[in-house]
Design a protein around this ligand. Structure first.
Ligand code: PMV
Length: 338
């Protein structure tokens, strides 16, 4: 099946006419504690492994969508129209292609991101999930979140996890059409958990995650080892979460992120997202940990790091790492510390 066939099957019998003039929706960004790095189906963004994330509360994308009378889509990001040749506009347009009935239909999409600029998190995950939710409202489809998760995945894999707050597992699924590869929220709250966004570098990354991921799958001699380890990490991570075992959770999340980056280094040629500041930050985190502060980190396809700690250590963490943006994933308000 290709994307269009998946969408046709999911929307079977549903309206292709807007029921409201415009619709607006929010979706949170998410950070994987057990990473998705590799697709078994590139067209449908089906993963090699299941993954698990924590959503970032009120940090994410607010997206408004409408059908417009123009002869091309209009894409606006943070109040600025985005040029049609940019990667961002192209990805949005490709996603919207799945919903053009009639084929001459064009959309206006306005997205406002509440994620700090350059956090390496303005990722597509919240954007595609918010867009899928907004389209659901625009056309009055009344789709359940699990179906919206599949639609969002067609835009960007990790978007499958942005359809819920809290911890979300993106199930691997077994089917070739991916109808069973979707987000599933974990029935679990951990209100003491904090995420610290540490923005070290706001430059454009040298290679996008989509390209880097496939390059790693195709050229790393260790890829099969990652797939086996990642599977085990996910089992252990879930156990740690249900036991609220912070140290075990932090150890698994940190090792899992480092293994993903090690895997990228083993690709030929290597992919390196860490900057000298990333390495210095990791060493600083380890130093504080050695001195007794329970703080761990994770890192995605960029140089910035995300700290993991508990509420009881927030003051000490902020003193050690001034300027962190602290996220309380289980509250809807984020305190921006600068
Ligand atoms: O969904 P994508 O194609 O942006 O890939 C996300 C990849 C990582 O952020 C590095 C890992 C993850 O699981 O989110």
């Amino acid at each position: 099946m290709n994307k269009a066939e998946v969408v046709a099957s999911l929307l079977h019998g549903r309206s292709s006419k807007p029921v409201v003039e415009s619709a607006q929706a929010f979706a949170p960004a998410n950070i994987a504690l057990c990473k998705y790095w590799g697709k078994r189906d590139v067209e449908l963004n089906l993963p090699v492994n299941a993954s698990l994330s924590i959503s970032l509360g009120d940090l994410g994308a607010h997206t408004k969508v409408s059908v417009i009378p123009d002869d091309q889509d209009k894409v606006v990001l943070n109040e600025k129209e985005v040029g049609e040749h940019t990667v961002f506009a192209k990805r949005v347009r490709q996603f919207l292609n799945l919903f053009r009935t009639p084929a001459s239909r064009h959309f206006g999409v306005e997205t406002t991101s509440t994620i700090p600029v350059g956090a390496g998190l303005a990722s597509s995950a919240s954007g595609f999930c918010a867009l899928a939710r907004a389209l659901n409202q625009l056309f009055g489809w009344d789709l359940p979140p699990s179906t919206i998760s599949i639609l969002a995945r067609l835009g960007s894999g990790s978007a499958a996890r942005s359809c819920w707050n809290g911890f979300v597992e993106w199930r691997l699924g077994e089917r070739n059409d991916g109808m069973d590869s979707q987000g599933v929220p974990l029935d679990l709250m951990w209100p003491e958990l904090r995420i610290g966004l540490w923005i070290l570098d706001t430059h454009q990354k040298p290679i996008g995650s989509t390209e880097a991921m496939q390059h790693t799958v195709n050229t790393s001699p260790f890829y099969s080892l990652w797939a086996t380890q990642q599977h085990q990490d996910l089992i252990n991570l879930k156990a740690a979460l249900f036991e609220r075992d912070f140290v075990r959770m932090g150890e698994i999340a940190e090792s899992n992120a480092l293994a993903m980056h090690a895997l990228m280094l083993s690709a030929r040629p290597a992919v390196l997202y860490s900057s000298p500041q990333t390495v210095a930050s990791i060493q600083k985190i380890w130093e504080y940990r050695r001195s007794g502060l329970p703080v761990y980190f994770t890192q995605d396809a960029g140089p910035n790091v995300k700290l993991l700690f508990l509420q009881q250590d927030e003051a000490a963490v902020l003193e050690a790492f001034p300027g962190l943006c602290v996220v309380n994933p289980f509250a809807m308000e984020t305190s921006h510390v600068s």
